[in-house]
Design a protein around this ligand. Structure first.
Ligand code: ZN
Length: 346
């Protein structure tokens, strides 16, 4: 028992190191969580003042931007409609930072289509945009028609009004595990179509079958993730442990080094999450610790696929309401100072 506890502790050290580096605005799952943060849209927005929109481009009057340190950063960054006209730079860390000189991934390419256009989250560091174009370009040769691209970052990065804790510095992208159809989706379809889960069923029940659903999973998906993970620009890829297992079984070749880059995480059975390493010229961009050596297909994965992480423990007193801890949203002051310059740039 002691050994297994020790193992659990050990094997979470790496994950917790990640978490510690990435303070979060909402939810218990801090890293690439897809959980929406609650009720924030109802908050009166200082972002109105913060929006440096220029109604008259010819006007030489610059709008005064009022930035208050104590305000939630997501209100400012969530209101930004365009990139900061500065040199491209990922600033800070993946879940505490912002983006200067962001570029938009065009909503359509020969081998990709951007989903959920209303979110305006198809922005990233130019390196990320280039990476996605390269991956899309290679997709057909892997037996995958093209990419359906989910969230990248907001035009100036930063915390989002809803959803992810990370995706803040323009180096993260979600790619659906649904293949691009052989036609252009309408804007409406891009809002409404749901991605498809690769799971057989829920993971949070005792003795659940935590393998991928063979009717949904395919080798083409594995090849696509392998292509992404083998790219030297990529630092990490997050997938459901269920998918990690499928990838471990898929790779029968000698070179298993790419599997080290693919890490099991909560969620991520509808899409995989690609995270690029800091571009060399992005001063103040903080890389995270590299994953432990090895392909990650051993003990760590066995743990992830056991009941322990998933099945809730019975509450001691069933009549007692569980405590809900609400985390405060990240204040503007928590971000690197340069992020104020990013907000104010016009
Ligand atoms: Zn993500």
């Amino acid at each position: 028992m002691r050994t297994s506890l020790q193992f659990v502790r050990q094997q979470f050290i790496w994950s917790m190191a990640l978490i510690a580096a990435l303070p979060v605005s909402a939810g218990a799952i801090p890293l690439p969580s897809e959980k929406p943060s609650s009720g924030i849209l109802a908050v009166p927005v200082p972002a109105q003042k913060a929006t440096p929109s220029a109604p008259n481009a010819r006007s030489h009057k610059k709008q005064q931007v009022v930035l208050r340190d104590d305000q939630p950063a997501k209100l400012y960054f969530g209101a930004m409609k365009s990139a900061a006209p500065l040199a491209a730079r990922a600033i800070g860390s993946y879940a505490k930072g912002c983006l200067a000189g962001g570029a938009a991934l065009p909503t359509d390419g020969a081998n990709w289509q951007v989903m959920r256009l209303s979110r305006n989250r198809n922005w990233g560091h130019p390196d990320l945009v280039q990476f996605l174009k390269d991956l899309a370009n290679d997709a057909p040769s892997l037996g995958w028609r093209g990419l359906l691209v989910g969230d990248l970052a907001q035009p100036r990065g930063g915390p989002m009004l809803s959803g992810h804790a990370s995706h803040q510095i323009g180096l993260d992208a979600d790619i659906w595990l649904t293949e691009m159809p052989d036609r252009r989706l309408t804007a409406k379809e891009r809002e409404e179509i749901s991605a498809i889960s690769m799971l057989k069923g829920p993971l949070d029940v005792k003795d659940a079958d935590r393998r991928v659903d063979p009717r949904k999973w395919s080798d083409s998906r594995a090849r696509l993730i392998r292509r992404a993970a083998s790219d030297e620009r990529v630092a990490l890829i997050f997938v459901s442990p269920t998918i990690k297992k499928a990838l471990c079984d898929f790779e029968t070749g000698k070179d298993r080094s790419w599997l080290r880059t693919v890490r099991p995480w909560w969620g991520h059975h509808y899409h995989f999450h690609v995270r690029l390493a800091c571009p060399r010229d992005s001063k103040g961009c903080k890389n995270q610790n590299p994953p432990p050596p090895g392909d990650g297909c051993g003990k760590e994965l066995t743990y992830w696929l056991s009941d322990v992480p998933w099945v809730p423990k019975k509450p001691k007193d069933p009549n007692k309401e569980p405590k809900v801890v609400k985390k405060r949203p990240m204040a503007l002051s928590a971000l690197p100072k340069s992020c104020k310059t990013v907000l104010a740039a016009q």
